[in-house]
Structures are given as structure tokens and as C-alpha cells.
Design a protein around this ligand. Structure first.
Ligand SMILES: NC(=O)c1ccc[n+]([C@@H]2O[C@H](COP(=O)([O-])OP(=O)(O)OC[C@H]3O[C@@H](n4cnc5c(N)ncnc54)[C@H](O)[C@@H]3O)[C@@H](O)[C@H]2O)c1
Length: 370
């Protein structure tokens, strides 16, 4: 621990990297990035909203470290993760005359991180990149683990690569400018770690969730570190999602179906969809007799207490037909041989992969839930 900054290593052999968590990290980004550079040139990719807040500070820090930098700004929002935007981004970056030793720096939320990571994975057959995540969701989830990608009209994240960053700088000061709704959406991913693996951590969330969402520094740092530590351990064991990494998709198959239903718009943020998806997973597990009903109630109560969505109607999803939701779920990447895989809980703190979810029971359940 240096000052208030904590460091954590993702153990992936020659692709291992550090995650730094704490305040004022953008201010020292140049110093942290410099030793990793093979050429003193970086291209920063950000979105217009994030750039307004933090780009000047990042540029100052890169200047101080003597690093030559160029910038590409993208429009904010999920729409940016499409092939058109990606094509333009790739050509703009190449237009700077980059070489294999150039590094890309993603300054922004999960959208910027996913697109920039995919550009790094593919341009010149692979160049280095660093992540400076500025949303809570990106700090606790998307910036760690090396999943990169873009959306297609057929589905979300269907083009992509596993490609690890060289460094992650999670500057917790950036969370102060984040809209509360975005903050809560990221909080859902924090709770997820407790629900799938660590009942103690879920109990900590019950005690400290509101302090965290009020951005008290100690709870924020603890939650970001704990989440990154858990994700790093899971990724180190199963980088390409052949086993336990799938647990991180808890709530996501249900959630993606809801996002597809709302057209991936602002009506339902990714983290909100995951929150609703986790509750659906609990309720479905109760229906299958896998979980005791009070466990599901406990989770619902916590979501209510922190302001996470708990009802489909609250996000304008009145009456989505069960069949359509199942069709959306079947298009998820977690489908193998036409069988629907779901991550379901046994209790708070313990989830498992169900490889062949019973479709009739699921249809009946969704018809009542919707
Ligand atoms: N790669 C992975 O492992 C992984 C994991 C989870 C989610 N994701 C992806 O992440 C994306 C969602 O990420 P997100 O929730 O960070 O959304 P986002 O990147 O769209 O950011 C949300 C909004 O907040 C704004 N913003 C970002 N930082 C800000 C700040 N500090 N202050 C003020 N405004 C700020 C952005 O401009 C944007 O409008 C989805 O595309 C999802 O598929 C990827």
C-alpha cells in the first residue's frame, strides 16, 4: 500500500498485470505507464463526457512523464460499441502512425474499455493497452479480466477477444462526477461477488452499501479492492471461461434478455439489468427448490434498501412475453448445443453453473414474473 493507493496483481504468467486502486491516480498515470512503454507514444481513447472531466489532467500527467500522446473521442453510450464506430476508431488510431510499441489508454467506462481493448487486440495484430476505468462498474468488473468486444445487430459482445491490459488504474476520485444511477448500476456488480462466492462480503454490503454509494472513501476502496481481488482470482484460474469464470455471469443471462427487450437503451442500464437478473435467478432457484425463500427475500431487501431496481415494471418492462425472453436468453453466448446454461444460487455466497436448465419450468416462471 502506497499512501491511500492499494496494488493488486492479476497472476497470468507473462501476461500478469497490476491493478491500482485509490484516489488521484490520473494525476500520476504518466509515471505509472512510462515503465511499461516500449515506445514513448500513447493514444488515449475516451468518450466526450469523461473527457470533459478528466482528459486535461491525464494529458498533464503524460506530458510530465515525457510521453507523446494523441487522443480519439467517442460519443458516450452503448451505441458506440458498434462496428461503424469501431471501424472509424481503428482508422483514426492507425492514422497517428502507430507502431507495435504504441500503447492505447482507455479512459472511461466499460464501453470505452471494451472498444479500446478490442482495438488493442486487433490493430497491428495486437498492441499494449492500459485501462483507466471511470465508472464503478468498470472499476470493479469490466476493466479487469481481459474481455474486450463490440456489439452486433445479432447480439451484444459477439465480436471480441480475450486480451489483457498491461495496467489498470482505478482512480476512485472519478466516481464523484458519476451520476447516481450509474453508480448504483456498478454497485450491482459489487453485490454479485458476495452473492456468488462470499457470504461475508454480502453481509458487509448490507452494512456498508449505503456508505459506499454515498462515496465514503474507505468503503469505496474496500469494495473496489475486494471485487477486483475476487475477479482477479477467478480470471487467474480460468482466463477463457471454460469453468468457474462463468459464475461471473450470475444474473447476466436473465439481464441480457431484459437489455435486449429494452433495445440496449438508457431505459435499462447494464448493471440495473444484472440486478434484476440476479433477483430472477434467486426467484427461479426458489421455484426449483434449490434455495430457501428467505434467502431471495434477503437479497431483494438489500436491493430495496440501496435503491437498486427490484421490479420489472419499475423499468418499464410490463408484460414482456416469456417466450421472447427465452429466445433472447437462447441467443446469449452461454448457450452450448442448444442447451441453456444458467448460473443459479444455492444460497447467498454460493452459486453454481446449471448446464441444462429446465426450459418448461423457466417459461412458466417467466410468464408469472413478467
Ligand atoms: N469486458 C467486461 O468484462 C465487461 C464486464 C461488464 C460490463 N461490460 C460492458 O461495459 C459496458 C457498460 O459499462 P459502464 O456501465 O461503465 O457504461 P459506460 O461506459 O457507457 O458509462 C456510463 C456513462 O457514464 C459516463 N461516465 C463514465 N465515467 C464517468 C465519470 N467518472 N463521471 C461522469 N460520467 C461518467 C459515460 O460517458 C457514459 O455516459 C457495457 O457495454 C458492458 O457490456 C464489459
Amino acid at each position: 500500500m502506497i499512501g491511500e493507493v492499494e496494488r493488486l496483481r492479476v497472476e497470468l504468467g507473462e501476461r500478469a498485470y497490476e491493478i491500482l486502486v485509490g484516489p488521484r491516480l490520473i494525476e500520476r498515470a504518466g509515471r505509472e505507464i512510462l515503465p511499461l512503454l516500449r515506445r514513448r507514444q500513447v493514444v488515449t481513447v475516451s468518450d466526450e463526457t469523461v473527457a470533459r472531466h478528466y482528459l486535461a489532467e491525464l494529458h498533464r500527467s503524460l506530458d510530465q512523464a515525457g510521453i507523446v500522446h494523441h487522443t480519439v473521442l467517442l460519443p458516450p453510450g452503448e451505441e458506440t460499441k458498434d462496428l461503424d464506430h469501431f471501424g472509424r476508431l481503428a482508422e483514426e488510431i492507425l492514422g497517428f502512425g502507430i507502431e507495435r510499441g504504441t500503447m492505447l489508454v482507455a479512459l472511461g467506462g466499460g464501453v470505452v474499455g471494451d472498444v479500446t481493448g478490442f482495438a488493442a487486440a486487433t490493430l497491428l495484430r495486437g498492441i499494449d493497452f492500459a485501462q483507466i476505468p471511470t465508472t464503478l462498474l468498470a472499476q470493479v468488473d469490466s476493466s479487469v479480466g481481459g474481455k474486450t468486444g463490440i456489439n452486433t445487430r445479432i447480439g451484444k459482445n459477439l465480436i471480441g477477444a480475450f486480451y489483457q491490459p498491461r495496467l489498470v488504474l482505478a482512480d476512485t476520485d472519478t466516481l464523484t462526477s458519476l451520476p447516481r444511477r450509474e453508480l448504483l448500476a456498478g454497485y450491482a456488480e459489487i453485490v454479485k461477488y458476495g452473492l456468488i462466492r462470499d457470504a461475508e462480503f454480502f453481509a458487509w454490503c448490507e452494512r456498508q452499501g449505503n456508505a459506499l454509494c454515498a462515496l465514503e472513501p474507505d468503503p469505496v476502496r474496500h469494495a473496489v479492492m475486494t471485487s477486483c481481488r475476487m475477479k482477479a482470482a477467478i480470471v487467474a484460474d480460468d482466463e477463457r471461461e471454460e469453468g468457474d469464470r462463468a459464475l461471473l455471469n450470475f444474473g447476466h443471462t436473465f439481464g441480457h434478455a431484459l437489455e435486449t427487450e429494452t433495445g440496449f437503451t438508457n431505459r435499462l442500464l447494464h448493471g440495473e439489468a444484472v440486478a434484476l437478473g440476479m433477483l430472477l435467478a434467486f426467484d427461479f432457484a426458489v421455484r426449483l427448490g434449490l434455495v430457501a425463500a428467505p434467502e431471495a427475500e434477503r437479497v431483494r431487501r438489500h436491493f430495496e434498501n440501496t435503491g437498486l431496481p427490484t421490479r420489472l415494471e419499475a423499468v418499464g418492462l410490463t408484460d414482456p412475453p416469456a417466450d421472447r425472453l427465452i429466445t433472447h436468453m437462447s441467443k446469449d453466448k452461454k448457450v452450448r448445443d442448444g442447451r441453456l446454461t444458467l448460473i443459479l444460487p444455492r444460497c447467498v455466497g454460493d452459486a453454481f453453473v446449471m448446464k441444462d436448465a429446465p426450459l418448461d419450468a423457466l417459461r412458466e416462471f417467466l410468464a408469472e414474473a413478467a
